[in-house]
Design a protein around this ligand. Sequence first.
Ligand SMILES: Nc1nc2c(c(=O)[nH]1)N[C@H]1C(S)=C(S)[C@@H](COP(=O)(O)O)O[C@H]1N2
Ligand SMILES: [Mo]
Length: 263
Amino acid sequence: MTESNEAALQRNRQLTRRSFLTGGIAAALGAGTLTWLTRSEAEDGIPWPFRRVLEFNERVSRAAFRDDRLAPQFALSAAAGPADARVNGLIGLRSDIDVGTWTLTVESDAGAARTFTYAQLRSLPRTTWVTELKCIEGWSQVMAFSGVSFRDFLLAYGLGTRDGRAPDFDRQRDNVYDYCALETPDRSYYVGLERDSFLHPQTLLCDEMGGEPLSREHGAPLRLAIPVKYGIKNIKRIGRIRFTDSRPADYWAQRGYDWYAGH
Ligand SMILES: Nc1nc2c(c(=O)[nH]1)N[C@H]1C(S)=C(S)[C@@H](COP(=O)(O)O)O[C@H]1N2
Ligand SMILES: [Mo]
């Protein structure tokens, strides 16, 4: 994506949303929010004045139930280079990894398991977010994370829904499972996420940091980059994703940390 356009749009949306949430309905009717409301996200043939009303209603109900505010973003120049990227946590990464034979398994409470190759993931639209990875131990680092947005992956392959149909994140959000569980191939490290977090626009299935393929310690070939959560949820070397309506086990939550760890 082009950093400038996309980032500016997102920032605008974020600021507007903030003022809406803090200022209430009065702020929602202000000039800034009008820009927010009229920014078209889909062409559906509804004449624009009606469309605006519909969108307004939708946004109001969404604002009441959802939090998709963006985590802070940074200029590319503020990001650490791949060589400087700090490494923390090697659970599930001890063995060698062969990207050629690695596969990602995706399953759900109801559906059959499906597997995806690295080549399939590479063929999807790519996104970069320059965000901060915050470790619960007290350090943080700004990095450029690139890969496939988690939402785009679900859309591309029709994953994550209870009835197995293509997801519609806005109109049929409840058809998406409440949670997903992600595990390393050896199942020794695992995290659980709730729907708003795995559908968050900045949540990435990430295969590059600082413009270079992930090293083994950073989770090659595929890790999660989820800036609305602490580092502990940014699982490296993902082998399996499972969609479920029961809250999944989480490695660090089982050891006393908050299950949500952010957002
Ligand atoms: N598989 C796996 N993923 C993991 C961990 C781990 O031990 N194993 N540690 C987590 C923690 S605590 C942090 S802070 C981040 C660190 O990511 P980095 O090594 O790329 O900086 O990875 C997270 N993901
Ligand atoms: Mo961490």
